[in-house]
Design a protein around this ligand. Sequence first.
Ligand code: ATP
Length: 326
Amino acid sequence: MGKIKNIGVLTSGGDAPGMNAAIRAVVRAAIYNGCNAYGIYYGYEGLVNGDIRRLESHDVSNIIQRGGTILKTARCKEFREAEGRAKAYEQIKKFNLDGLVVIGGDGTFSGARELCQEYDVHIVGIPGTIDNDLYGTDYTIGYDTAVNTVVEAVDKIRDTASAHNRLFFIEVMGRDAGFIALRSAVATGAEAVLVPEIQTDVNDLDKYLEHDYKPHKSSGIVIVAEGDKSGGAYMIAEQIAERHPEYDVRVTVLGHIQRGGSPSAFDRVTASTLGVAAVDALLDNQTSIMVGIMNKDIVHVPFNKAIKNSKPLNHNLLGLTEVLSI
Ligand code: ATP
């Protein structure tokens, strides 16, 4: 692969606040470095079908503050098959794309890795998912905003919980990971948090509620990660309500509000930093890597590593919820 001249960018998988800030950074960093920028629409779907357009600096004006993604996103079955990726490669050649930046989660990186193995293409990934479940980076774009959205919602629920002496089970997103649940539990002063990484023991929760919650508190918040193995907020709430008819139990599933909204300052800065880092990496002839941030430094993590390894939960934070919920 010779000198990089044309850089394509796409967003793929679930949308996350801050994706637009990352697109803006990629487009402007490409142009700043004398390259042409191309937007690929609807993720891998647009790569397979050639839904690709040249983007100028003004095309990404006024988007840094917007949620969603101006390039749209999709889940593309065809790209999972070799024939689909062959079509994608035809489009890469047709548009003379020398480098691609893919913004998404581990599925997006798995697809990119396949394409890099099969063809001579240069691809750099930017971690964009509210779940924060990617190994090799402290933060993914969208996570901070999603946590702030949860905190705002839980604070409101706390008001009504407190007025009525109610115990709320609040389900938050995160797929198979408990990052959103854990961080928002600490930030809202939740009484307990249930995460998929740790087997939920209803008896432990029950004991805590009897000994610490019931005698001392007028409201209770239990944050439940959607991937928790106990079956979700409704299931666990039902079990507790059966054991304790005296508790006034309620359930709220926060759902898709967690994906939307204007990105936080933190996510905008992370997205801007990683967008520029991704273009730098391409210009440096790197490929099949994700750019991330570890201990405030930019890191390059091979797709293989980012996909295969699972990111551990912060056990200090887990300890905090226990200490602070008495
Ligand atoms: P999120 O974590 O937000 O869901 P993601 O990137 O993990 O984001 P996926 O739907 O898993 O989202 O993947 C996005 C797209 O990447 C898929 O629709 C598919 O086109 C492609 N993809 C995923 N896994 C593979 C794979 N093993 N081989 C080829 N392509 C893949």
